[in-house]
Design a protein around this ligand. Structure first.
Ligand code: MN
Length: 723
């Protein structure tokens, strides 16, 4: 059977009334349109849309989605147009193809802001018709499957993007198998050394594991049926990425990860799920704190199941998930499961209701003007587990793991959050930094005088709270800047014999603002307040005859932040290797928290009294700084300065390994300036090295070399503050 026939058979199986002739036509159109084009592998191009359509049919999506999968690259890569597709295949399919094409055109890799903006567009597209994203996910899955044909730089970029955006999206949409496959593929290209080592270890123990799985499966099945719970039991090893995450999180070697195998019990009714849980707990000792009831409290992606962990038949910890067949379908197919036999518009409303989190996500971010922050907070919402807590009235709220009462307050209402002064959890007063636990009942204490402050940003975990807090803090700073800016301009004008009020009234200040490419006089005042525009620049526009005349020295430093900038006028050429937008004589220091290297994406912040501090774009600390203080900085290619970085190497605690590691540094021509080595109780060693490198490429190459050493479990760039 050829691939197309496969797809047609699949569709007819889950949707007997499907219009397979339409799918056939879509295939013929795509195959003609892509005629003569080949993939990197040398295969005819049409094999890609075919593969994508196949994945879509595995997700059991409707005919329109399958057709869109076949046609998804036509508009982008061939002479076909959206109009043509509308005419031939109807509005719906053309809309889907158009949506996928637009998503594909977003240049993800360029800048972080760009990336964030694109992500926002993607979520918007998803909110309009979620099938666009589902088709895109399938497209990405096939691209990841054939990633080995691409050059290494591309592999790295696409894998990173998959890990950051697509896998979490698949997870959020509840499509477990796509998430798992995307993660393992991305893992393979992001940490090739670690991946290979782990894959090898898993393969080595395969026979033994299969044996064990069969035994335990049989045992569970036996106990369940003996107690009146009809079921199917299946066990499987967790995927590599999740084992790797677990190893890193618990700081353990592969051999010590005992719950790498999960067992799934699929039964018929809710009652049998709970009965099955009882059987499991009666037969084996449950591990406290590991039981979760996602049947009563489904995850926002609609996932339902009972989870528990017990000391299994061989004295090892095992994880057991118990669910009904429907729940199992939702667990595997997520949102796609809801398509099954339904088509058309009725779905849209239902879909929207069930995926309310999507709309909430969009709403929470409307106020975020800064795309970088948007991306960061969306990531926060996409990743992570939830805790379920209650309002005093018994309404349940799902919040991310680690959330505090402030998050809860904002989840209730933004005014409750803004004035949150304390909280009572289960009747007891707790500090605001208290981490919410499953089942807590929370009552927020408000006070009219309370307002958000900077420290709250360190506590909160939800995008919503973070956004609201930043918004208010920024508003306050803006107000301060207005007062400061007005004061500065007023004084400067007075010196030249002009009155502020008059200049404003006559529109001269507005005109000056326009000349400086700012919206209006108000904006100009604010910019002067922040120190981004100097009064000298303003005066020059308003009092042209003052141009070129030296400003009195005392007037030089100004603005809320720039007032404290120290200038080094004697040194024209920057030696830091950093160029600050428009100024080359500013003191630059590199933030210790993230130690940026040439090649890293960076941003600068004006710091009181210390010039400009340069952070990496993805630095957590930098994201909490006021964006108004941000200045554009870029690497000055010519610099040859060495930069300090900290590298953490996790390895087996074996004699001689440290020598190999240190030799690797030497081979790479990198000097270790400080080292800290610590053996853990479980036979591993954590080594942290401080070293000086030229740039990001050199750091990457040393990390690669270290990862390849036998016995090394993981290599990470860490904050130099950890040493
Ligand atoms: Mn494609």
């Amino acid at each position: 059977m050829n691939r197309l026939d496969h797809i047609l058979t699949d569709i007819s199986a889950y949707h007997p009334a499907a219009d397979t002739a339409l799918v056939q036509r879509a295939y013929e159109f795509a195959s003609k349109a892509h005629e003569g084009q080949t993939r990197r592998s040398g295969d005819p191009y049409v094999t890609h849309p075919l593969a994508v359509a196949q994945i879509i049919s595995e997700l059991r999506l409707d005919v329109a989605s399958v057709c869109a999968g076949l046609l998804h690259d036509c508009v982008e890569d061939t002479s076909a147009t959206v109009e043509q597709l509308t005419e031939l295949f109807g509005k719906e399919i053309a809309f889907l193809v158009d949506g996928v094409t637009k998503l594909g055109k977003l240049p993800w890799s360029t800048r972080e802001e760009q990336q964030a903006e694109n992500f926002r567009k993607m979520l918007l597209a998803m909110a309009r018709d979620i099938r666009v994203i589902l088709v895109k996910l399938c497209d990405r899955l096939d691209n990841m499957r054939s990633l080995h044909h691409l050059p290494p730089e591309k592999q790295e970029r696409i894998a990173a993007e998959t890990m950051q955006i697509y896998a979490p999206l698949a997870n959020r949409l509840g499509i477990q198998w796509v998430k798992v496959e995307l993660e393992d593929l991305a893992f393979k290209y992001t940490y090739p050394g670690e991946y290979e080592q782990l894959a090898e270890q898993v393969a080595k123990t395969r026979a033994e594991r299969l044996d064990y799985i069969t035994t335990v499966e049989r045992l569970i099945h036996q106990e369940m049926t003996a107690n009146g719970v009809p079921c199917e039991v299946s066990g499987r090893a967790k995927h590599l990425w999740s084992i790797y995450q677990k190893m890193k999180k618990t700081n353990r070697a592969f051999e010590e990860i005992h719950d790498a195998i999960g067992f799934r019990v699929v039964t018929d009714t809710h009652m049998h799920c709970y009965a099955g849980l009882g059987v499991a707990h009666q037969t084996w000792t449950p591990i406290p704190g590991r039981f979760k009831d996602y049947i009563a409290l489904p995850k926002p992606n609609l996932y339902q199941s009972l989870h528990t962990a017990v000391i299994g038949p061989k004295g090892e910890r095992i994880e057991i998930q118990i669910r009904t067949r429907e729940m199992n379908l939702v667990a595997e197919y997520g949102i796609a499961a809801h398509w099954k036999y339904k088509e058309g518009a009725a779905l849209a409303a239902e879909q929207e209701k069930k995926f309310a989190w999507l709309r909430q996500l969009m709403e929470a971010h409307k106020e975020l003007r800064d795309p970088t922050e948007f991306l960061e907070s969306v990531k926060l919402d996409l990743f992570g587990d939830e805790v379920y807590v209650f309002t005093p009235k018994g309404d349940v709220k799902a919040l991310p793991q680690g959330a505090c009462p402030i998050d809860f307050a904002y989840a209730v209402h933004s005014s409750v959050g803004d004035h949150c002064s304390g909280a009572r959890v289960n009747g007891m007063i707790v500090p605001l930094r208290y981490q919410l636990r499953n089942g807590d009942t929370i009552e927020i204490i408000t006070s009219p005088n309370q307002k958000p402050n900077k420290d709250w940003l360190k506590l909160v975990k939800t995008a919503r709270a973070r956004t609201k807090i930043r918004y208010l803090m920024r508003k306050e700073q803006r107000e301060k800047a207005i007062v400061m800016g007005k004061d500065l301009i007023e004084k400067a004008l007075r010196k030249h014999g002009h009155a502020y009020g008059k200049v404003v009234k006559e529109g001269t200040l507005d005109a000056a603002a326009k000349e400086l490419k700012l919206a209006d006089a108000d904006e100009l005042v604010i910019q002067v307040g922040y120190g981004k525009v100097t009064t000298a620049q303003v005066i020059e526009k308003i009092v042209p005859e003052a141009r070129g005349k030296a400003e009195p020295a005392a007037d030089k430093p100004e603005g809320v932040f720039r007032s404290l900038l120290r200038r080094v006028t004697t040194r024209r050429q920057s030696t830091s290797g950093i160029k600050v937008a428009g100024e080359d004589d500013i003191i630059v220091r590199f933030a210790k928290c993230c130690s940026p290297l040439p090649g890293d994406q960076v941003m600068g912040f004006i710091t009181r009294g210390r010039g400009v501090t340069v952070h990496r774009r993805d630095c957590d600390k930098a994201l909490d700084l006021d964006p108004e203080r941000r200045v554009d900085v870029e690497w000055d290619g010519a610099s040859k300065t060495q930069h300090e970085v900290a590298i953490q190497v996790m390895c087996a605690d074996k004699p001689g390994l440290l020598a190999v590691i240190s030799q690797t540094f030497t081979d790479q021509n990198v000097n270790i300036s400080q080292a800290h080595c610590r053996a853990t109780d479980d036979g591993r060693a954590v080594n942290t090295f401080k070293a000086h490198v030229k740039d990001l490429d050199q750091l990457k190459s040393i990390i690669r070399a270290l990862s390849r050493i036998k016995g090394v479990y993981g290599v990470d760039r860490v904050s130099s503050e950890t040493l």
